[in-house]
Structure formats: C-alpha cells, structure tokens
Design a protein around this ligand. Structure first.
Ligand code: GMT
Length: 378
C-alpha cells in the first residue's frame, strides 16, 4: 500500500476557479486518506464540510504603521515554513506562480526540509501578470524553482513558454468538477419562481464580471436571440462591470428578460434549468464554468480564446466563435435552441466530454502520481 502523504495547499481562498480547484483537490485527496493542510488567508469558501484529515492554517497579515503595504507574501512564506516543519509536509502544492510559488520557495528555504513544491498555473498569473516586465523575473523564478509545474490547459502551457520562457517542463493537468454535485437535477420549480414560462429558452452566463469576461457581448448576443425566440438570460455573479451591464440591459429594453441573480451557490440548480451556457471571454485559460455547465448537460458557446476550445468542442458539445462576433454567436445559439434533436445530441455529447476528458477521478490520479513521483526523488 502506498504511503499516505502530508500535503500543504495554498490558493486564493475567495470565490474563483483556482480557489475552487485547489479546494476540491484537497477534499478529494483527503477522501483518499491523505492529510491536507490548507495554508491560506481565510477558510477556502468551498470547504463547507468537516473532514477529520483536513486542517486549516490561517495566514495572518497585520498592518503596521511602518509598512506602506501589508506584508502578505512574507507572512505567507513564514506560515508555510512553520507548517512545513511542524507537520512534516511531503508536498506543498501552490496555485498561482505569483506570489504563491515564490512564497513557497522562501518558506521551503526557511523550513530547511526537502518538501517538494508543486505549482499550478491558472491563467491570470501568466495572461495578465506575465505582461508586466517588473514581474517576469519573479514568475520565471517561481516556475523554475518549483519541483513540478502544471498548467490547466495546453494553451496556458504554450502561452507561459512564449511569454516567460522558463527553463522548465510544464505539464498540462486539466481542471475537473465534483460530478456528485454537478449533474442534472430537477430544479424546475426555479423556473416558475423566476417567472420563466415553459416556451422560453434559458441562456446562462456565470463569471466575476471582470472586463475580460466580455459580459456586454453576452447581453448584446442575447438581444439578437431574443428578437427571434422567447428566451431569458440568467446573469450569475458580480464584479466591476455590473453597473455597465445594468445600463446596457435597460438601453436594450431587456429588463424583463435578463435576470441579474448576483453571486449564487448551488449553481447546478441554475445549470439544470438552462439550455445554453455562454462564455465569450477575451482571456480564459480554461473556463471552469463551461465544464460545470457541461456536467449538467448544458451545451456551451465559447470564444476561440486560450483554453476554451480545449473544453468546448466546436460542433460537438457547443460552438466556438471568434471573439466579439456576436452575430455568429447568436446564429449558432439559434441553430441549437430551435432544433430539439440537435440540442439533445449536444447535451449528451457535453456529458460524454466530461466523462472522457475531465473525470475528477482521473485528474486527481494525475496529481497524486506527480506527488508520488516527486517522493521517489527524496
Ligand atoms: O477567471 C477568473 O477571473 C478567475 C481565475 C481564478 O483565479 O480563479 O480563473 C482562472 O483559473 C480558473 C481555474 O483554473 C480557470 O478556469 C479560468 O479560465 C482562469 N481565468 C482566466 O484565465 C482569466
């Protein structure tokens, strides 16, 4: 029998795909008997159940008058060192090169042990920070000094190599969802609660409403669909673009047809009443929300950007369109929504894609194998 490992995990614990993946991975690993130590600034939001072998170590960041900025990075490195030593960690798996991999390298040095460092790149650390020349060296350092580096899509591996040019192999390990939660369920009662009639098609977009998510494109594209068929758009989430979106919805006379639902838990209930998911981003290393929707049998329309075409397969479980081409997006949406048989086929294909390529068991196996391989190097 293989040794159970002691694994530290650091991520941004607030809402966001990277925090979700880090937390779900920790939970799955704990179910396999490993001992998991989250080292984060607050309890990861998906850690909503007691596990006897999951521990939480809070990074306390104090504000001192002498510092212009609170020293999060140093406080994190120091906490990592403390946990690595006291808990005798075998692995420290950090999500995001900046600053987490760099903090982990420092924490490992402080601890003076041979803990193995795994870094997972999620996107923003490369697709946004990677363009900032003041950070390139730090990102490269974080990647090169990690014992193993993964990225959540082939596109992100490619982009990292182009932009950062690290002297390091980067493996692709796709994201996953918990299929026990993300599956089609009966939540039809929600339709009547939201005032959606049975002849209306439901489109859904879920994001943090940052500029890169192109939510205005979602609304404009929906307006074109709405001109042809009865439909409702569910906008789920909140963020900096919300005010612009509210205005746009009013300008396009869509207030009765666009439901601004804000941040929501239990997304599977919303996906289960949806006919189509829209992910029209201009930056997206993976697109976890598309995978969540697909697991509930919802076909998707996505842009030809980053890792999206690795999740949504054009003309199989959805459609891939060029960024900003809202006319084609609307045409593709109508093709699918007006053809019941095609929609059913795409819906089945979406479920099959999740089973074939993103099954949690297989993805967690991949991470576990990486950890065990690194142990052999000790
Ligand atoms: O999409 C965001 O803005 C949040 C960000 C995050 O840190 O959670 O998401 C990134 O990581 C997710 C999980 O790997 C990916 O599904 C998202 O595509 C990626 N976001 C971007 O690349 C913009």
């Amino acid at each position: 029998m293989k040794k159970k490992l002691k694994i530290g995990i650091t991520c941004y614990p607030t809402v966001g795909g990277s925090g979700v993946i880090a937390t779900e991975l920790g939970k799955f690993l704990a179910e396999r008997g490993h001992e998991i130590h989250f080292i984060t600034s607050s309890i990861p939001f998906r850690l909503n159940k007691m596990y006897h072998n999951i521990y939480f170590h809070q990074v306390e960041v104090n504000q001192y008058a002498v510092f212009q900025y609170p020293p999060y990075d140093i406080a994190l490195a120091s906490k990592m060192a403390e946990v690595i030593k006291r808990e005798k960690l075998d692995i420290l798996h950090v999500h995001y090169a900046m600053p987490h991999a760099v903090c982990a390298i420092l924490g490992k040095q402080m601890a003076g042990t041979n803990v193995k460092l795994v870094t997972t790149l999620h996107g923003t650390d490369i697709t946004v920070l990677g363009y900032d020349p003041s950070l390139t060296e730090a990102i490269r350092f974080g990647i090169e000094q990690s014992d193993y580096v993964t990225a959540v899509s082939k596109a992100l591996v490619h982009q990292t190599n182009e932009l950062i040019q690290p002297n390091k192999y980067i493996d692709t390990v796709y994201n996953f969802i918990d299929e026990r939660i993300y599956k089609k369920i009966d939540s039809m009662y929600l339709k009547s609660e939201y005032g959606i009639s049975s002849d209306e098609k439901v489109l859904i977009h879920v994001s943090n409403f940052r500029n890169v998510k192109r939510v205005p494109d979602v609304v404009k594209m929906f307006a074109k669909v709405r001109e042809r068929i009865p439909a409702k758009l569910l906008l789920v989430g909140d963020g900096p673009e919300m005010t612009i979106i509210c205005k746009l919805v009013q300008e396009l006379n869509l207030t009765n047809d666009v439901l601004l639902l804000g941040k929501q838990d239990n997304l599977e209930e919303l996906y289960s009443i949806s006919d189509l998911m829209l992910l029209l981003s201009q930056k997206e290393s993976f697109g976890l929300v598309a995978l969540e929707a697909m697991a509930c049998g919802v076909p998707c329309i996505g842009t030809n950007i980053g890792g999206i075409p690795e999740v949504i397969t054009d003309e199989y479980n959805g459609f891939i369109c060029e960024l900003g081409d809202i006319n084609t997006m609307a045409e593709r949406a109508l093709t699918l929504l007006m053809d019941e048989k095609l929609h059913q086929q795409f819906s089945r294909n979406a479920l099959e894609s999740v089973r074939a390529r993103f099954l949690s068991k297989n993805i967690v196996n991949q991470y576990e194998e990486i950890y065990y391989r690194l142990q052999l190097e000790n």
